[in-house]
Design a protein around this ligand. Sequence first.
Ligand SMILES: [Zn+2]
Length: 374
Amino acid sequence: MLNREELKDLSEIQGNENYYVSLYLNVNPLTNPKGEYVLHLKNMIREVSENTEKEVYRKIKSDLEKISAYVTSNKREFRKGLALVSSEEQGFRREYNLSVPVKNTLIVDNTPYIKPLLDIVDNNPRHLILLVEKDEARIFLVHLGEIVEYGEIKTADVPGKHKKGGWFALAEPHYQRHIDYHVGLHLKEVIKKLESFLSAEQIDLIFIGGSEEALTMFKDMLPETVRNRIKGQFAAEMFLKPDEVLKRAEPLLSVYEAEKEKKIVDELITRAMKGNQAALGIEDVIGAAMEGKIHKLVFVKDYEASGFKCVNCGLLSIQNITSCPYCGSEMESIEYLVELVTQRAVEQGATVEVLAYETTSLKERGNIGAILRF
Ligand SMILES: [Zn+2]
């Protein structure tokens, strides 16, 4: 998963005499049913080879060859977008398999080209989930509906963990104080790590899970600035798998996602009503996409539509027409119209919002819409 810390490292790289190849490729199996991305990559590589000075080309030739071999080997299982940054010369390579589409781009420069990655992080806020117990803690990040575990804090010398009856069965006051002291040290350690993680990653919303007792103790110790960012807590055991953690936190997260979605849909519909640079419904959205006008594409999750595509120029249409109105070529029927429109929008530099919660008002207006550039 993408994180700011890593992007910061990438952005600080100074190549000097060295060169980096940065590739962004739409590898979505739905819009590339015949592996079309291989051809797109080859075209981009040819273009770069032709337009790069000989001196520079010599330095990146093996990068291009390795990238090409990697992408074309048919054992790859890709998601929607692939990002690769490589410098054979420096033994450097990063790969990101993205659940969002990217615009096909191949750039050779003295530094890695990371703007598309930064945009993905900026446009899709990340949330932090912390599981905390009296001798253990786990940090997770949620981004684009996915959860990744970032780290674990175990404090080995908190006594009493394995004693029968658990923490509070140990009634002897002096022993209890001894435990509290160690638990306190552990929680302080967790807070320290949490604070440094939060400042590096610029995350606003925190959700915490654990036993009621541990969470209460933990919250009491938190500085106010961090406590204010906690937007909910849930019961959880430390052994949960990441997906199970996400499932437990989902009802809390959805409140914030829904809020964000509502703002976007409201803006879209208000603009459409006023005739102010917006399109509603698949037909108008396709029209806008063909004219390169989409600024933000919005559609209801799982919305699907089929249509037609020109085999020559790629024109999309919802109407069953036999020949392309632009170039006269044959139109073929296609199933994944929404995916293709999304890809077209991304190529125009548009952002994409998929609505998972705030779906009713857009469903009533054709499931899809777009805010336009002009
Ligand atoms: Zn055509």
